[in-house]
Design a protein around this ligand. Structure first.
Ligand code: AOF
Ligand code: ZN
Length: 364
C-alpha cells in the first residue's frame, strides 16, 4: 500500500478536482503492475493498473492476484465508466483498500459489498491514515465546496518570519524543496500585498523536472485597497487579486490589464460600524471553491496568518523551524490571536538543521 501511495503521488498537481489515487497488483508476492490517476478526467488508477497487468500477464495470473488501491473503487459513471465492475470482471481474488470514498455521491453504494458478494476477498483500512491524508483536500472540497487550507510558515525558533539579512531565506534548501512540493500539489497559493511589495516573489513551483510535469498554483493576493505594484513578478493571467468594495476603478482597470482576475469582497460591518481592512475570508473560500480550487496554501505574512487563524480557517499547518533566535525587532508568525490553536498529533520531520512540524489545526 505504501507503494500505491507513492504511485498516487505521481499525479500530484494534475488530478484536481479529483483525488490522487494509486494501485499496485501483486502475484506470488511480486509486483506485476502499478499505476496511478495521472490526469483530471482521465482513466482511474485501478483501471490503468489492470490494463498494464493484462498486457503482460495471463487471465490465470490475474485470478491469482491481489490489487492494492489507495481509494475504494467507484460505482458511478462519471467522466469515466465505474471501476468496480472492471475490477470484478478482471477476476482478481483479493482487493485491498486504503481509504473509503468520501464522495457524497458514492455514499450508500459502496463497492466493497458488491465485490464481496461477487466472491472477492476485500480488506479495508490498510494504511488508512496515509491514504486519507493523500485525499484530504478532495475530501473537504467534495463535501463542503470550500478549499482545504494549509498554513505554511518558515520561522526562527523564536517565531520570527523576517530577519536581519532580508535577502536570504530563513529556512534551508531541504525545507524549500518541501515547500515547492506543496506548491506542486495545491491549487492556489495565497499571500498578503505586503509580501508582494517587500519581496516581489514569483510564487511559482520550482522543482527539478520538465516544465510539462510542473503545476503552478494560481496566485492569490489579498490586497484590500489595490496597492499591488503593476510590475510585480507574480502578476499574470494565473493571478487573482482580492480587494474590498469601493476601490478605485482606475486602479482596478490598470491591474486587470496584467491579466489578473480581481475579486471584490463586500465591506464588513460590526455593530453598524465598518471594519476597515478586514476581509471575510470565509466568503473568499466560498468564491475559490466555486472556481474549483480544492486546496490553498497560505504563505503569510503575519497579518494574513492572524486573519486566517482568527477566523478559524486553516485546516493544517506546515511549520518549518530554522535554528535561530532573532529577537523582538522582527515580524512574528502571528499578531494577537482571539483563541489559541493546538496542532493535533504533530508529525515532526528533520530536514537537515531545520525541523518541520505538521498537523491538523484544532481551535480552542
Ligand atoms: C479519480 N481517480 O483513480 C479514482 C477515483 O468523474 P470521474 O469518472 O473521473 O470520477 C471521479 C470520482 O471517482 C471521484 O470523485 C472518486 O469518488 C472516484 N474515484 N477518481 O479521479 C481515481 N479511483
Ligand atoms: Zn473509478
Amino acid at each position: 500500500m505504501q507503494m500505491a501511495v507513492a504511485e498516487a503521488r505521481k499525479g500530484s498537481g494534475f488530478v484536481q478536482t479529483n483525488p490522487m489515487v494509486g494501485a499496485v497488483i501483486v502475484h506470488n508476492e511480486k509486483v506485476i503492475a502499478k499505476s496511478y490517476h495521472a490526469k483530471y478526467g482521465g482513466p482511474h488508477a485501478e483501471v490503468r493498473a489492470l490494463q498494464a497487468a493484462r498486457k503482460k500477464h495471463s487471465a490465470k495470473t490475474l485470478r491469482e492476484s491481489t490489487i492494492y488501491i489507495t481509494l475504494e473503487p467507484c460505482t458511478r459513471q462519471g467522466k469515466t465508466p465505474p471501476c468496480a465492475p472492471t475490477v470484478m470482471a478482471s477476476g482478481v481474488k483479493r482487493v485491498v483498500i486504503g481509504a473509503t470514498d468520501p464522495n457524497p455521491h458514492e455514499k450508500g453504494r459502496s463497492s466493497i459489498g458488491q465485490m464481496r458478494r461477487a466472491g472477492i476477498t476485500v480488506t479495508t483500512g490498510v494504511a488508512r491514515d496515509e491514504c486519507e491524508y493523500l485525499i484530504r483536500a478532495f475530501s473537504k472540497w467534495i463535501n463542503t465546496k470550500h478549499p482545504f487550507v494549509i498554513g505554511k510558515v518558515g520561522m526562527s525558533i523564536d517565531g520570527k518570519i523576517t530577519h536581519p539579512s532580508q535577502q536570504q531565506y530563513i529556512t534551508n534548501p531541504k525545507s524549500l524543496h518541501r515547500v515547492h512540493e506543496l506548491r506542486q500539489e495545491t491549487d492556489a497559493i495565497l499571500v498578503g500585498v505586503n509580501t508582494i511589495i517587500k519581496d516581489d516573489p514569483m510564487l511559482n513551483t520550482r522543482l527539478k523536472r520538465p516544465e510539462s510535469r510542473l503545476s503552478h498554483p494560481t496566485k492569490i493576493i489579498l490586497d484590500s485597497r489595490l496597492r499591488t505594484p503593476r510590475n510585480s513578478q507574480a502578476l499574470d493571467d494565473n493571478t487573482i487579486i482580492v480587494c474590498l468594495e469601493g476601490v478605485s476603478h482606475k486602479q482596478r482597470h490598470a491591474l486587470a490589464k496584467t491579466g489578473a482576475d480581481i475579486i471584490e469582497l463586500p465591506l464588513q460591518k460590526q455593530q453598524g460600524k465598518l471594519l476597515f481592512e478586514t476581509m471575510n475570508m470565509k466568503a473568499l473560500l466560498k468564491e475559490l471553491g466555486k472556481r474549483g480550487k480544492t486546496s490553498i496554501l497560505v504563505e503569510g505574512g503575519s497579518f494574513v496568518f492572524t486573519s486566517f487563524i482568527n477566523q478559524k480557517l486553516i485546516d493544517e499547518f506546515y511549520i518549518f523551524v530554522a535554528p535561530y533566535l532573532y529577537g523582538a525587532t522582527y515580524l512574528p508568525f502571528t499578531y494577537a490571536l482571539k483563541h489559541s490553536v493546538t496542532i493535533e498529533d504533530p508529525q515532526p520531520e528533520k530536514l537537515g538543521d531545520n525541523i518541520l512540524v505538521r498537523g491538523y489545526a484544532k481551535y480552542n
